[in-house]
Design a protein around this ligand. Sequence first.
Ligand code: AHR
Length: 341
Amino acid sequence: MYNVKKLLSLILMLSITILIVACNNTTEMIDDQSYDDDNNLIVVGFSQPGAESAWRVALTDSVKEAFTEEKGYKLIYKDGQSKQDNQIRDIRTFIQQGVDYIILSPIVETGWDTVLEEAKEADIPVIICDRDVMVSNEALYTAFVGSNFAAEGKKAITYMENKYKPDAEGNLPRVNIVHIQGTMGSSAQIGRSKALEKGLEEHENWKVVAEGSGDFTKAKAKEIMKNALQQVHSSEIDVIYCENDEEALGAIAALDEAGIPHGDGTGITIISFDATTSALKLCMEGKISLVVECNPLQGNYLYNMISLLEEGEAAPKLTYVDEGQFTKDDLTEEFIDERKY
Ligand code: AHR
């Protein structure tokens, strides 16, 4: 009797073990099945440098909205946490995963040759978006979709030239500038800074009185502005040239904390780039004098580009997104409310 019991419990244990193994196999099969389903979708790996600004969050949302499963795409999104090394690692992961396309928004312009060569060897087209790359061979990427940062900077400089004209006797006004730069080495910073540098060369009365990188963030820009106010008296500042809206918000926070008036009717003109809702509101209130638009709604441009490639057509190598500029006179509450970012 005892042996029969023992035999029965042995059979029971064996059955449970077989069941567990079978279940595990089923799980694998289900995974394989969903992988097969994914294979019917066009897989796009999207490498973002980070989430440092409202602008960048808008870019991420725009790309996610463009590449949906309903439209036949699977988007793999990676955030590089503001580090180029992380972005390079993310691209290598995309290559290993065998994605169909890679979209890269590069944190800085240089240092991409090797990983782009690896993508080329794996036959994966890479589309550079938002910011540009400087590579030894432009054939390393398929196309660029993004902003013309030099043109954006030029808009700011033209505004300054019109605002600070010589008087009737030809006397040049003083134009002392606090320059808050973006992430050093990014094409957004390079294009906007170069435009200002050219303006400085062409206008002997323009002078940078304080400068530093706010890394496109509000917190760092606030620190730069606070330091600037320790070096220069506020009455010696005419223009604060902020290379994005977050930085303008940071500079304004530092001025407000120090009780320094700024904007219309004061001696301090603030210039910013991006045209996010919060900056446009401040522009409408006269606190920011000019906002140059940098358009993050690039998802559809990228979608159209990849659709062309899917049809076997050649994609244009360079596509700039539409961008404008805003002063108080261009803005209404309705207009700002309707904007997507
Ligand atoms: O590359 C575009 C810039 O990057 C935007 O001006 C800024 O807000 C973002 O972080």
